[in-house]
Design a protein around this ligand. Sequence first.
Ligand code: 2AM
Length: 168
Amino acid sequence: MKSRRLFFACWPDDGVRQAIIQRRGLIEGLSRRRLPDHNLHLTLLFLGNQPADQLVPIQTLADKISANHFDFWLDRFGWFPGARVAWLGADAPPAAVQLVGDLSTAMAGLGLKFDRRPFHPHITLFRQVKARPTLSTCPPLRWPIREFALIESIPSRPYQVLRTWCVS
Ligand code: 2AM
């Protein structure tokens, strides 16, 4: 059975994307593995490789989720030593925690196996940052979240937005 590498994410519009790119410029040069502009996103729930025939059930369950809108305030740079990524991050508003929890419950109910990491809202900016970087402060960026997306990752291709869902 063919598999699809999937994750739910918040996908920036052009204005927010430009503002993220501008902030990324403040920590330029951390590694050669800078995330391409078109792939910048904030992961809500990473599903990983799933059987292709689960794609429709995944979307049907996501249809049933009713989430409230919220704002991310992206206001800090950080670094995960294990993943070796440098990121732009935010606190998790309660409505975001609720949405991630609802997605996680729905996907587990479908019998999918996936990695349940604690939710630390972040946008990866650089990969393969091997040593703790010196990071500047970050001018806060408000990102109003009015929808979430199901994304597919195919090696060597831009991430593909498969579907979006509005939040009220
Ligand atoms: P990262 O940016 O912190 O690496 C697509 O791979 C997205 O899903 C990335 O934003 C990645 O986070 C996130 N993700 C979460 N858990 C993952 C895992 N176990 N493997 C790969 N990516 C994961």
